[in-house]
Design a protein around this ligand. Structure first.
Ligand SMILES: *[C@@H]1O[C@H](CO)[C@@H](O)[C@H](O)[C@H]1NC(C)=O
Length: 320
């Protein structure tokens, strides 16, 4: 357990970083932008642990032959993590458990053979919570938050009518403070036949293009007092040379969503029954307004601190 003073020191450090940086510009966009854009969380970090320390047995999925049994088994296999953070293949200690989760996800995708998820009304929802990912970026963040900082429940609200999404990751600083990192962007149904970064063709109308518009850091709770204490928005530099970030929604029902990122990374979301989770908090217009007011254009290097021009991201995601 971090001591109160180490938490406070780390918090103050972060606040200094948040307040103290201005005026970067840049031109080269890290590939991590694609992660932010394509994906889900804007950060899934945490420090350890499986729910169960006994080794799992490798799974034989041959008897799991319905979509329903397969999706239930997947959900029950993913461990709960401290602070409600998403499980990742870096933070689950048991390699067999990781393998079982990934095998079950692929099994479910194969069994269900879904199409037209890009235009499904089931996509829209606020309380889509990330429960598992193997994205290397997320995994690398998972072990690397500063001492005393913990990722909480990470949501990805989506509104397809409005064409917006948000990756909302609260970072809890002991009991002292909460910082929300929010990656906002637009979503759009991808054209038929498009090819993503790992050469998967969009032949099932499951692909959603993702346009990453900004990252906002908001200090919204200090000593239990909830208000916007501090907020800062970073606007990513566009990089036209990169493949269009896109997500394939490979499985979707009214409770679960499986996404493959543009690089094949796996993301499993569950739709929680929680009316308190807000919808995506901005429109493109709002983000542009912020950008013009005080937004700062930066190279974003989430997961690879040295590639980011953002001191906030460098602070949070440097190697430790
Ligand atoms: C997590 O899984 C991804 C995708 O298979 C892999 O690239 C990455 O190296 C894995 N990370 C760890 C820590 O095993």
């Amino acid at each position: 357990m971090p001591t109160a003073s180490s938490v406070l020191t780390a918090t103050l450090f972060l606040f200094n970083v948040l307040i103290g940086c201005h005026g970067w510009t840049g031109s080269v966009l890290s590939r991590r932008q694609a992660f932010l854009a394509s994906v889900s969380t804007g950060g899934a970090f945490l420090s350890l642990v499986t729910a169960d320390s006994s080794p799992a047995l490798a799974m034989d999925t041959s008897s799991v032959d319905t979509v329903q049994s397969s999706s239930r088994l997947l959900i029950s296999t993913i461990p709960s993590m401290p602070y409600g953070a998403p499980a990742t293949n870096s933070t689950i200690v048991d390699a067999t458990l990781v393998e079982n989760i990934e095998t079950l996800a692929s099994h479910l995708e194969r069994l269900a053979q879904q199409r037209d998820n890009a235009i499904s009304p089931l996509l829209t929802g606020n309380a889509w919570r990330l429960v598992y990912s193997n994205a290397p970026e997320i995994g690398s963040l998972a072990d690397n938050l500063p001492p005393g900082f913990h990722l909480g429940k990470t949501y990805q609200p989506i509104d397809t009518a409005q064409g917006t999404f948000e990756n909302r990751s609260p970072i809890l600083v002991g009991n002292l403070a909460k910082i929300v990192i929010s990656v906002v962007g637009d979503v759009q149904v991808a054209g038929p036949g498009t090819v993503n970064a790992v050469q998967v063709v969009n032949d099932r109308n499951n692909r959603v293009n993702v346009y990453f518009r900004g990252i906002t850091f908001t200090l919204d709770e200090v000593f239990g007092i909830q208000k916007t204490w501090l907020s800062k928005t970073l606007i990513p530099n566009a990089d036209k040379s990169r493949a269009q970030p896109a997500n394939d929604v490979t499985y979707l029902d009214d409770k679960m969503r499986i996404i493959r990122g543009g690089d094949g990374s796996l993301f499993v979301f569950v739709l929680e029954n929680d009316a308190n989770v807000a919808p995506p908090t901005r429109s493109s217009t709002q983000t542009e307004a912020i950008a013009q007011k005080d937004g700062q254009t930066v190279d974003v290097g989430i997961g690879v601190a040295e590639k980011s021009q953002s001191p906030e991201l460098q602070f949070l995601f440097q190697s430790r």
